[in-house]
Design a protein around this ligand. Sequence first.
Ligand code: CU
Length: 120
Amino acid sequence: MRRTLASAAVILSALALVSACGDEEEPTSDSTEPKVIEVTFEGDSVTPSGDRVEVSRGQDVELKITADTAGEIHVHSDPEQELEYAEGESTVTIEGIDQPGTVEVESHELDKVIVQLEVR
Ligand SMILES: [Cu+2]
């Protein structure tokens, strides 16, 4: 009887191990996917203009840019980030920001805020 119980216990724990492996979940990729924002520069205006955009801490932000002239984007994070873009279509990436708070993304050429990133 004792022996039967012991082997039953062995089988049960073996099953537990197997199912533990099977239940392992894939890590969710939501927080690692970059936030994509389309930005258009035209003359002395930019779209979006001052919009608030929520991002997660550490989440990269991809700016898909269409511009009639090359320029530079200034990200008021700590440390600051300066991103140059070319005339035409291009993509620049703002590196994920670790500190929660509001970070302004500006064009100094136009003296305008493009988006305010709300880092949570
Ligand atoms: Cu600035």
